[in-house]
Design a protein around this ligand. Structure first.
Ligand SMILES: Nc1ncnc2c1ncn2[C@@H]1O[C@H](COP(=O)(O)OP(=O)(O)OP(=O)(O)O)[C@@H](O)[C@H]1O
Ligand SMILES: [Mg+2]
Length: 351
């Protein structure tokens, strides 16, 4: 029997391959709303992912495999993302006489003119947006291009964990999908989202729910982890575990973790200044903080005070159902880290 409210897409998992850990999220759709069924966060050795690129495939596969075990099996199809920094997107205008294979050929010819790599090294994808307003005989095409190697390494890491990598997305697009799940989100507003991970700080700005600006800076929680390692001799993986679990010694919290908020604010403000000077003039209406480093106590309030824009820690699970096997309190703490994986999991509903 077909159940309208049943678990519509069992078996799909969003896999976010970060530099310090892989994050897995699996969702199901129940009527109009979603449920988070399972998730896992598994630490990676520092050699696995460097500068956003998978350097050691088997280490990543092993971590994904461990994540699948935590999730309890049954997950078969994966959605991964390449970082937007590895991707070139461009809007093209192409005559609407071209369709199908002819259109593909035409896109390739145009792409060849601005992509700085040989076309056979590049994975290309495109979407027909619709007729150009002022010249309806032309179609607006969104082209996405990425080095084949970047895509292949991610695909193979996932396939090596007995999953089938069915969709490779771009991380900014996955974040777009999460926005409607965030509290206070106004679809018409100019919304910023700063992801502060272990190695990279990324600012995305969205208007009408679509990304209009993207910038990455080399900054993240690694600076804090390294400082703790140097001063207290703790291993980096242990520091990260204790930070996540809220188990770190009160003295270290006081001396290093809380003061680190100032550096985060400085770096995030710097990213915002670049945005404001980029020509998209208006002031942000709302700012969200995501990524593991966003969890430092009091960060959002301090950020709000500094920049004068309402600031929240991003939690895509606040208003959706939570699977009965999950620890709700733990999920709420892990939520900002899971934003990207959640956006990837959401992709399973618009295949
Ligand atoms: N409660 C917390 N307080 C402070 N820092 C935290 C906390 N929880 C996690 N972190 C830090 O967050 C970082 C990991 O965040 P995240 O998982 O978003 O990064 P990543 O995706 O692996 O890295 P990147 O996106 O830079 O490649 C680590 O540096 C970790 O120490
Ligand atoms: Mg990350």
């Amino acid at each position: 029997m077909v159940s309208l409210f049943g678990n519509k897409t069992a078996g799909w998992v969003g896999v976010d391959i970060g530099s310090s850990s892989v994050k897995l999220v699996s969702l199901s759709q129940h009527g109009q709303s979603y449920q988070v069924d399972t998730y896992a966060i598994v630490a990676l050795p520092p050699t696995a992912v460097v500068d956003g690129s998978v350097e050691n495939q088997s280490e990543v596969s092993e971590a994904i495999e461990r994540g699948l075990k935590i999730c309890g099996g049954k997950l078969k199809n994966a959605i991964v993302a390449v970082p937007s920094s590895a991707v070139i997107t461009k809007r093209l205008e192409i005559s609407n006489v071209f369709t199908g294979l002819e259109l593909e050929e035409q896109v390739k010819i145009e792409a060849d003119q601005f992509i700085p790599y040989a076309l056979d090294e590049v994975a290309l994808d495109f979407e027909v947006i619709g007729p150009v307003e002022k010249a309806p005989s032309l179609n607006e095409i969104l082209l996405v291009a990425c080095r084949r190697d970047d895509v292949a390494r991610r695909e193979e890491s996932v396939n090596g964990a007995e999953l089938k990598c069915d969709i490779v997305d771009v991380d900014t697009f996955s974040t777009e999908r999460v926005l409607p799940l965030l509290e206070e989100f106004d679809p018409e507003a100019l919304v910023g989202l700063v992801d502060i991970g272990a190695a990279t700080l990324t600012l995305n700005v969205f208007r009408n729910g679509k990304v209009v600006y993207n910038r990455e800076q080399a900054f993240g929680g690694n600076e804090l982890t390294n400082a703790i390692h140097q001063q207290y001799g703790m291993e980096a993986t242990e520091v990260e575990k204790q930070l996540r679990n809220g188990e770190l010694d009160a003295e270290i919290m006081e001396m290093l973790v809380l003061p680190f908020r100032q550096s985060v604010i400085q770096q995030a403000s710097r990213a915002l200044q670049f945005f404001y000077s980029s020509g998209i003039q208006s002031q942000l209406n709302e700012l969200y903080l995501a990524g593991g480093t966003a969890s430092i106590e009091g960060l959002a309030d301090m950020m709000q005070e500094e920049i004068g824009v309402p600031t929240h820690v991003a939690n895509p699970f606040k208003n959706i159902r939570i699977g009965s096997r999950l620890n709700q309190e733990r999920l709420m703490k892990d939520a900002p880290m899971l934003v990207k994986a959640c956006g990837l999991a959401l992709r399973s509903f618009d295949r």
